[in-house]
Design a protein. Structure first.
Length: 306
């Protein structure tokens, strides 16, 4: 079926009290794994690409692959630009057929973030393309920050309401304590649910997005260790906290790191077990299948929130 705007998937998710998974890809195997899992589960997904993924794979190739996948898949798919910062890249994505784009100007002062985000909304709206934006900043686990400094980079709920009114965005990614990568927390994993609850109230039920939401499951880390992948101390967002975030208004959950860890464990395991093999299909195929299984589990988790 044709690609659909992100707002359609998010509106349905808000009505149903669940979240849609947004899974990053930058090659054919990841795309096949994500779309295959979506078809298995009968659930829609966001197919997310970063600017780096576009640089790696080529914009025309990304769009062509996704359109071919969508045509052969009976579930709705949304092609989404994740963390777009370059306006030229965002413009090209809109022109080439993306159905959702994220403008990430969260590192700019509030007024500049508003202005840049509003400009993207004005570009996207005539083509029916959805727009996501970010407010606050995701602080990496290696950043040395005090509690006061941490509060300063998390989203301000009152400011979030004003931001939504001024920009006309379709969804908002508020910084509530997650970070990107496999090392999300130094201490006990903890999202700021009180802040998230206030953001949901102040933004009037607008679909919210949780970035940096990989769970880094123990079983995936075990497979990495067995395969020789070194990720000591990696910690993700516990699944019960993901579910609580969804109950508070999150309608889209972004997952990237989990897929990368599963894939590299699959590749290394295949090569370790069969060191004489050199046909890429013999080590990329098993890794792709492992990612497909992982994505399927995550889709089912996000879809069954009560």
């Amino acid at each position: 079926m044709p690609l659909v705007p992100g707002r359609e998937l998010l509106a349905e998710a808000r009505r149903g009290g669940y979240a849609v998974g947004a899974f990053n890809f930058n090659n054919l195997e990841f795309l096949q794994a994500i779309v295959g899992a979506a078809g298995d589960a009968g659930r829609p997904v966001f197919l997310a690409t970063s600017e780096g993924a576009i640089s790696y794979a080529g914009l025309e190739s990304v769009v062509a692959l996704v359109r071919a996948a969508a045509a052969a898949t009976p579930v709705p798919l949304c092609l989404h630009l994740d963390h777009g910062k370059n306006l030229d890249v965002i413009r090209r994505c809109i022109e080439f057929g993306y159905t959702s784009v994220m403008i990430d100007a969260s590192d700019l002062p509030f007024e500049e973030n508003v202005a840049k985000t509003r400009a993207v909304v004005e570009l996207a709206r005539p083509r029916g393309v959805s727009v996501e934006a970010e407010l606050g900043r995701l602080v990496g686990v290696e950043d040395e920050v005090s509690v006061a400094e941490r509060d300063a980079v998390l989203v301000d709920p009152e400011q979030a309401g004003e931001f939504v009114r001024l920009t006309g965005i379709d969804s908002l990614a508020p910084a509530v304590g997650t970070s990107h990568g496999a090392f999300k927390f130094k201490g006990e994993p903890k999202l700021d649910f009180d802040r998230l609850r206030l953001v949901a109230e102040r933004t009037g039920g607008l679909p919210l997005v949780l970035h940096g939401a990989s769970s880094v499951p123990d079983e995936v880390l075990a497979r990495c260790r067995d395969a020789g992948v070194e990720v000591p101390g990696a910690r993700g967002v516990p699944q019960d906290q993901l579910l609580e975030a969804i109950r508070l208004g999150v309608a889209k959950v972004n997952v990237d790191t989990d897929l990368r860890l599963e894939f590299v464990a699959g590749v290394r395991s295949a090569l370790n077990e069969h060191p004489s093999r050199f046909d890429p299909r013999e080590y990329l195929g098993p890794a792709r299948d492992a990612v497909r299984a992982l994505v399927g589990k995550r889709i089912r988790l996000l879809s069954n929130v009560k």
